[in-house]
Design a protein around this ligand. Structure first.
Ligand code: GUN
Length: 310
């Protein structure tokens, strides 16, 4: 097919899509735009709510707070005890909805088991829903009203990296076969809508898909969002495909760290070494989609603040 990644020769080494570099560029633009807003008397404000002490969530929340400060935002973190009642979490979200200094609210997931996450997420005002998880924002995305929605951060960041890869490889995205592996509300489903909006032909594969290898082999664009370390084998990938690996999985590494504990390392959902020999372009883990997610959270906070002043 002319213009598709398939038309190029088999790749020996994929182009590595540098999410860190792209995110740094995006964050620089956000910082400048935030300065313009501050000059108008509006400092973008982001509130992050963390319930409990999940170590991975603590790391993510700290990173989000640091990024917000680096962008010149007003940044607040509410850390609640793991035993906090659902009513108290909802009351906090309602107070943040009413706070004019806050333009973006993020409730870190997962919430403790006694709290109904859907109920809490539906309490966040859609105009402050910088995660894009509220049904109003999910609905706007599903009906193609992306300009009015706040888009979930990981899929939004993945689309930027995909466009960057397509530009680098000289391919047009419209009309290509995209396969999204994973059907979560956070990544798989919104990603599929974004790809559809970009005129790709989209398949969503999941844990019940028959012959996943054959489905993956059709993909000119493969998005892996399953949360299983290196489950997608390099040999399944169509030569020249663009691979966006959303997975961040911690696996045992080699040897011991300075504290004498067994080392760990991060891997994606795609077997990176073998995928590099087939793909035209691929996002590494770490340093691919991860940094883009935080940059998109800042972008959504800026957008929410800009919309608040028209
Ligand atoms: N937990 C893991 N990923 C996310 C995310 O993107 N947003 C929130 N709120 N919680 C998460």
């Amino acid at each position: 097919m002319a213009g598709s990644p398939e038309s190029s020769q088999a790749y020996l080494q994929a182009y590595l899509i540098d999410g860190k570099a792209v995110s740094t560029e995006v964050l620089g633009e956000i910082e400048l735009a935030a300065r313009d807003l501050v000059a108008l008397g509006v400092r973008p404000g982001l509130a992050v709510v963390l319930v409990g002490e999940d170590p991975a969530s603590q790391v993510y929340v700290r990173a989000k707070g640091r990024a917000a400060e680096a962008c010149g935002f007003h940044s607040v973190q509410h850390t609640l005890d793991a035993a906090t009642s659902e009513a108290d979490v909802i009351a906090l979200v309602a107070a943040l909805n009413a706070d004019p200094a806050i333009h973006g609210i993020l409730v870190q997931l997962p919430l403790p088991a006694h709290i109904d996450s859907a109920k809490v997420l539906e309490t966040v005002s859609p105009t402050k829903d910088v995660d894009g998880f509220h049904p109003v924002n999910a609905g706007l995305l599903a009906i193609g009203q992306t300009h009015r929605a706040l888009i979930p951060c990981t899929p939004a960041g993945s689309m930027i990296l995909l466009r960057e890869a397509a530009r680098k490889l000289g391919v047009t995205l419209a009309g290509l076969e995209a396969v999204v592996v994973g059907r979560s509300n956070i990544v798989g489903k919104p990603m599929a809508h974004l790809l559809l909006a970009e005129n790709l032909t989209v398949t969503i594969a999941h844990s019940r898909t028959r012959d996943l290898a054959a489905v993956v082999a059709r993909a000119d664009v493969l998005v892996a969002a399953v949360g299983l370390p290196e489950m997608i084998e390099g040999a399944w990938i169509k030569p020249g495909a663009i691979v966006i690996d959303v997975g961040i999985n911690r696996v045992p590494g080699e040897g011991l760290d300075k504290a004498g504990k067994p080392k760990t390392r991060l891997v994606g959902d795609v077997a990176f070494a073998s995928a590099c020999k087939r793909a035209g372009a691929i996002t590494p883990v770490p340093g691919g989609v991860g940094p883009m997610t935080i940059a998109m959270l800042m972008k959504n906070t800026l957008t929410a603040a800009q919309r608040s002043v028209g």
